[in-house]
Design a protein around this ligand. Structure first.
Ligand code: CP
Ligand code: NVA
Length: 319
């Protein structure tokens, strides 16, 4: 038997999430999110103990990338390998979503070869169309609107640090972007309290805020970073210009300058507060080198947790 049951409990079999997509995390209820995080911790413990665990032998994941990536590409590819399966990297040279063929034809064709599809793309609508046509699980590896796998790793990191999520005070300071959206949905589903501090005109999408409200609790919104940071246990930021917004980078730099996470802002947070960033980071812009390379930073644990969270997700969607 490959799974050592007295180490970390028994994996659910058959998986209650079998065959499902993960496009925003809103597909899941709180118990299902908790299950993914529990599985991630179990799989992490197995890996740390060097216990082989290969439930996805013979299964294949297609990874469709329309934007660059370090963490997402490597963690999905390595994760699939560690689970006994195989991952296939498809760059824009091979697949141009919506250009060479429709997103739905791409999804239907891939599903004939492949057991699950991970997609990193621009338009979230393309992803929905592809997922609607593919009768295998589709995982969002980042779209302009959502980054659900990131949020799973974020919450895993917070849970490991503080032992739980319910009532934890998280401050996201910066652009109300894909990372902020997924964090809002994840917090709503886990009872963590999120405040988003953003410059005027750069708040999260109203629809996502409403959705988070329906799922549990809407994030608090403010334009004052100090108000968000005050007493928070987690201070989180992301780049000011996301992939695809390069032309706005200079203008945004000026507008977002008061939202830099620096030592002073961290000083307003709880004494044991941690700093998170999805990475890649721009030192001297959204965060100072002192903070991201300082003792409160958990950004590399957070990056590692992408691997464990996604292995859990793959196992549960393909189980
Ligand atoms: N955080 C994240 O998704 O990183 P990559 O863009 O490198 O995949
Ligand atoms: N908001 C960033 C996240 C990168 C992981 C982007 O979309 O570029």
């Amino acid at each position: 038997m490959e799974f050592i049951s007295d180490l970390q409990g028994t994996p659910p079999s058959p998986s209650p999430l079998s065959g499902r997509d993960c496009l925003t995390l809103a597909e899941f209820d709180p118990a299902e999110i908790a299950l993914i995080l529990d599985e991630a911790l179990r799989i992490k413990t197995l890996q740390r103990s060097r216990i082989p665990y290969r439930p996805l032998r013979g299964r294949t994941l297609a990874m469709v990338f329309q934007k660059p990536s370090n963490r997402t590409r490597v963690s999905f590819e390595v994760g699939m390998y560690q689970l006994g399966g195989h991952a296939l990297h498809l760059s824009p040279e091979e697949i141009q979503i919506g250009k060479r063929e429709t997103p739905s034809d791409t999804g239907r064709v891939l599903a004939r070869y492949i057991d699950a599809i991970m997609v990193r793309t621009f338009d979230h609508g393309d992803l929905e169309e592809l997922a609607g046509a593919a009768d295998v699980p589709v995982i969002n590896g980042l779209s302009d609107a959502h980054h659900p796998c990131q949020a799973l790793a974020d919450l895993l990191t917070v849970r490991e640090e503080f032992g739980g999520l319910e009532g934890e005070k998280i401050a996201y300071v910066g652009d109300g972007n894909n990372v902020a959206h997924s964090l809002a949905i994840a917090c709503a589903l886990t009872g963590a309290g999120l405040t988003i501090a953003h410059p005027e005109g750069h708040g999260p999408d109203e629809e996502v805020v409403r959705l988070a409200g329906k799922l549990g609790a809407a994030p608090r919104l403010t334009e004052d970073p100090s108000e968000a940071a005050n007493g928070a246990r987690v201070i989180y930021t992301d780049v000011w210009a996301s992939m695809g917004q390069e032309a706005e980078a200079a203008e945004r730099k000026e507008k977002f300058a008061p939202y830099q996470v620096d030592e002073e802002l961290m000083g307003l947070a709880a004494e044991d507060a941690i700093f998170l960033h999805c990475l890649p980071a721009h030192r001297g812009e959204e965060v100072t080198a002192g903070v991201i390379d300082g003792p409160r930073s958990r950004v590399f644990d957070q990056a590692e947790n992408r691997l464990h969270a996604q292995k859990a997700l793959l196992y549960l969607l393909l189980g």
